[in-house]
Design a protein around this ligand. Structure first.
Ligand SMILES: N[C@@H](CCC(=O)N[C@@H](CS)C(=O)NCC(=O)O)C(=O)O
Length: 269
C-alpha cells in the first residue's frame, strides 16, 4: 500500500536545473527498479527532494539534455544545484546523497569501519550482480519475448543467475539475523536491493523457498518510507505480482512495458 509523499515535489525536466526553495537536489528518474532507489532513499532519510520524470515513452533518457548529465543514457541521475554538481549511476548517487546528508544509511569510516565496508561491498554487488542479472531476466522475458524474440537459452541463463543472486541475498539475511540485509541497521544495501528483490515475480524467479528474503520483502513493503518511495514517479505493482497487483494490472503492464524499449541486436563478426 503506497502513501502520498510529503517530501517529494515534481518539477518538469526542463526545470530540473532551476533553483528551488523546496530542495537543492533534483532526481532525474523513471518508474523502474533503479529509478525507485532515489525516492526510497529520500523517504527513508526524511529529507525533502525534487524529482523530474525522464519519460521513457519519449526516449528522454537519450535526449541531449539528459546525456549531458549521464552520457550512458540511463536513469537515475541527480542534479545538486546547491553545490553545482551532477552525478549518475545509482550506486554513486546513493553514496553521495547519504554522505551529503550525513545519513546513518551509510556509516562513516570513523564511526564503523566494518559496517562501512560491508555497505560498500553489498552496494557494489547490487549494481554489478543482482541488478544486471534481474535486468536481463526481465528483458528477455518481458520485452524481447513479447516482441517476438523468444530465446529460451538466454532466458534460462539469466533466470538461473538472478535466482543465484537472490539466494545469496537470502543467505545473507539468514547470516545477519535481519531485520535488514546487514543486520539491525537499515542501510543503502536495503535501499538499493529492495525493488529488484521485489521484482522476482516479473523476472519469473522462484523465491518460494527463500524464507528470509520473503520476510525481508514483506517488511520493506510494509515500511512507510519504502512503500511511499515505490510510488514515485508512479507505482507499477505488476512487477511485484499478486497480491500487489490484479490480473488486469499485470496484463496491462506486460503490453505497456514491452512497448517502451527497442530490441537492438548486432550480428557477431
Ligand atoms: N548501472 C546503472 C543502470 C541504470 C539502468 O539500467 N537504468 C535503466 C532503468 S532501470 C534505464 O535507464 N533504461 C533505459 C534505457 O536503457 O534506455 C545504475 O545503477 O544506475
Amino acid at each position: 500500500m503506497s502513501h502520498a509523499s510529503t517530501l517529494a515535489r515534481e518539477v518538469p525536466l526542463e526545470a530540473a536545473w532551476e533553483t528551488s526553495s523546496h530542495s537543492e537536489v533534483c532526481c532525474l528518474i523513471y518508474a523502474t527498479q533503479n529509478g525507485w532507489k532515489l525516492p526510497i532513499l529520500f523517504e527513508e532519510m526524511g529529507v525533502p527532494y525534487e524529482w523530474a520524470l525522464v519519460d521513457f515513452d519519449e526516449q528522454e533518457q537519450k535526449s541531449a539534455r539528459f546525456l549531458a548529465v549521464n552520457p550512458n543514457g540511463r536513469i537515475p541521475a541527480l542534479i545538486d544545484r546547491g553545490r553545482g554538481v551532477t552525478v549518475a549511476e545509482s550506486g554513486a548517487i546513493l553514496e553521495y546523497v547519504a554522505e551529503r546528508f550525513r545519513s546513518p544509511l551509510l556509516p562513516t569510516l570513523e564511526e564503523h569501519l566494518g559496517l562501512h565496508l560491508q555497505v560498500k561491498q553489498w552496494l557494489y554487488w547490487q549494481v554489478s550482480a543482482l541488478g544486471p542479472s534481474m535486468g536481463q531476466a526481465m528483458y528477455f522475458q518481458r520485452i524481447a519475448k513479447v516482441r517476438g524474440h523468444d530465446d529460451p537459452f538466454a532466458i534460462g541463463r539469466f533466470i538461473a543467475e538472478a535466482e543465484r543472486c537472490l539466494q545469496v541475498l537470502n543467505d545473507q539475511l539468514a547470516a545477519s539475523g535481519g531485520p535488514f540485509v546487514l543486520g539491525e541497521r537499515c542501510t543503502l544495501v536495503d535501499v538499493a536491493s529492495f525493488a529488484y528483490g521485489a521484482s522476482a515475480y516479473w523476472a519469473n524467479v522462484d523465491v518460494s523457498e527463500m524464507a528470509h528474503l520473503r520476510a525481508w520483502l514483506d517488511r520493506l513493503h510494509a515500511r512507510p518510507s519504502f512503500a511511499t518511495g515505490l510510488g514515485v514517479p508512479f507505482a507499477r505493482p505488476a512487477f511485484f505480482g499478486p497480491p500487489h497487483a490484479t490480473d488486469d494490472e499485470i496484463e496491462a503492464e506486460i503490453a505497456r512495458n514491452a512497448g517502451q524499449f527497442a530490441v537492438e541486436t548486432k550480428a557477431p563478426r
